[in-house]
Design a protein around this ligand. Structure first.
Ligand SMILES: C[S@@+](CC[C@H](N)C(=O)[O-])C[C@H]1O[C@@H](n2cnc3c(N)ncnc32)[C@H](O)[C@@H]1O
Length: 298
């Protein structure tokens, strides 16, 4: 990693001035964060597991049923972990493809998937005109729908691309209050971010409606009128020594990337203290709340 912290973008300039950032400010910020920290999501998400031992990539791959599905598209595929998992799990008749806006993430994905037939495209999820209507059985999206603004064109695109009986499944932020210790960790990181940008948190990345199950249900209900929609809360956990957990859990919060090197170090120290005070048999636990959204088309 080059210069992981202190990311400045037109999005941070806007919130610094108390202004609402635009969609292009958001894309500018996401691109800046991912250019410097490509692959950071998988570093944490792979280790966070539900009670049955599955991580959130596996929960999404479980949605694909080879008996009925032959074409899978991943939105915001990042470094290509989920596509890799699908490629290992399903036989060669399964057509897999992915899109993402970040050139740095796609570079990692291309390297990882270089021996496969998986097609990758640099594109925004709002703009997938090059994919044929009603051509995809399953669309997956891991940890990215919350970042997309405008999100309505993304959902409309999903609807346009899915075949009859197609499925859309996404892992998104869950209810912060449902996971032990999560609000405290969130507060530690946001207190630091707010020293630099007092409005960080008041203004967030993405469309706030996607951040709650109720908001999401209302939103998708307007677009997927006859579909079966389920939103299942899941708690993922990761246990490790406090120092490791501090570093890994901070990596999950975009707010941690705007801190200066000094503040980042101090924030990691605070997180380590937080985890060390809650040790159990030499380890501490990071609990992460997510929602698994599944939309099944009629
Ligand atoms: C938290 S990362 C998740 C990456 C990958 N899905 C994973 O979980 O390993 C979010 C990803 O969303 C991508 N992204 C954000 N907004 C996007 C958009 N509108 N269209 C396509 N990709 C987008 C980012 O470039 C980044 O790769």
């Amino acid at each position: 990693m080059n210069q992981p912290m202190n990311v400045v973008s037109s999005w941070t300039h806007q919130i610094e001035n108390g202004q609402q950032p635009s969609s292009s400010d958001l894309q500018d910020h996401l691109t800046a964060v991912h250019d410097r920290n490509a692959g950071f999501t998988e570093a944490v998400a792979w280790n966070c597991r539900d009670v049955s031992g599955k991580n959130s990539y596996e929960l999404l791959a479980d949605i694909v049923d080879q008996k009925y599905h032959s074409n899978v598209l991943e939105l915001a595929c990042g470094s290509g972990v989920l596509l890799d998992l699908c490629n290992q799990r399903f036989d060669s008749r399964m057509v897999l493809s992915g899109i993402d806006i970040s050139g740095a993430e796609l570079k990692l994905a291309r390297k990882r998937l270089s021996r496969t037939a998986i097609k990758l495209h640099q594109s925004a999820a709002q703009d997938l005109d090059f994919i044929t209507e009603s051509s995809v059985d399953v669309i997956l999206c891991h940890w990215a729908l919350t970042l997309m603004d405008p999100v309505v064109p993304v959902l409309a695109t999903v609807k346009r691309l899915l075949k009859k009986c197609g499925v859309f499944a996404a892992i998104i932020d869950g209810d912060a209050g449902s996971a032990p210790g999560y609000p405290e960790i969130n507060d530690i990181i946001y207190q630091y971010a707010q020293r630099m940008y007092p409005d960080y948190g008041v203004i967030e990345l993405g469309d706030p409606r996607v951040r709650t199950a109720e908001g999401l249900k209302k939103l998708v209900g307007k677009i997927f009128i006859d579909s079966d929609v389920s939103i299942k809360p899941v708690i993922l956990s990761y246990n490790a020594a406090p120092k490791t957990l501090a570093k890994e859990s901070a990596g999950f919060f975009y707010a941690s990337f705007v801190l200066s090197e000094t503040e980042h170090r101090q924030m990691l120290g605070d997180l380590e203290t937080h985890f060390a005070a809650r040790m159990l048999n030499g380890n501490s636990y990071f609990y992460m709340p997510v929602n698994l959204l599944v939309i099944r088309q009629p």
